[in-house]
Design a protein around this ligand. Sequence first.
Ligand code: IPD
Length: 278
Amino acid sequence: MPSELLALARTIAVEAGELAARRRREGVEVAATKSTIVDVVTEADREVERLIRGRILDARPNDAILGEEGGSSSGTSGLTWVVDPIDGTVNYLYGIPHYAVSIAVVEADVEGEPDPLTWTGLHGCVLNPAVGELFSGSRGEGAFLSVAGGPDVPIHAAAPAPLELALINTGFAYAAATRAKQGEVAARLLPMVRDIRRFGTASLDLCMVANGRTNAYFERTLSPWDHAAGAIIAREAGAVVKGFGDAAPSRDFILAAEPELAARLEPLLIDLGTRFEL
Ligand code: IPD
């Protein structure tokens, strides 16, 4: 039985996912651009986030919320809901059935915006409405996948794999100069591993590591809502989810993999130049 908070997150994600899928069927257009001309938001992103915020506030008026489109609102409980209404917006825009509603509950300071470097992730759920896959997990309680409303089945990260047999997913920033450097790292890594994937939805990238569909995932420049829920799920599935060195995952870096591969991959990625100045 999921905890009360996780159950609430899942219920809200399912309702939000239905709305996102309905809007997708009706047709989606760019409403505005954000950090660069390729960083887009659709009216559906905004509408879905409004729905999620409303449902959270109805049930949990003292909790804080940090959302991709609506920013942060403070609370008094020490709990913050970290929300990406539609992660993978570019996939969503193009009709690629690989986008997600991502909702996490984290414990953080009551003052200021919650910081992934210091927060403690408690509950997370990531729903891909286009295929009906709902990933979820709570700290210390394991990670699960439910397909099309079916039973929760425990999921686990892949068994240790040698680097040359590792399938690795990654992602790229919206800023062209950052991408150019990320592309160089990917080009150097490619001959050393089984292959590289770029799926376009960070929360689902983490869930792919969680259920062993890929061996490892890394990225730089993620926002807190991109990784909050997926990181909890991947950890509960037995993966290490970390930043550089002893740091927690953040905009600076995220690496998720089964522990032996993570220990090999981090120094290699640094050697290949991934730790460039952002
Ligand atoms: C993006 C996706 C993508 C990742 C980007 C994110 P958005 O989130 O998660 O996979 O590479 O860094 O910004 O903009 O679709 O919510």
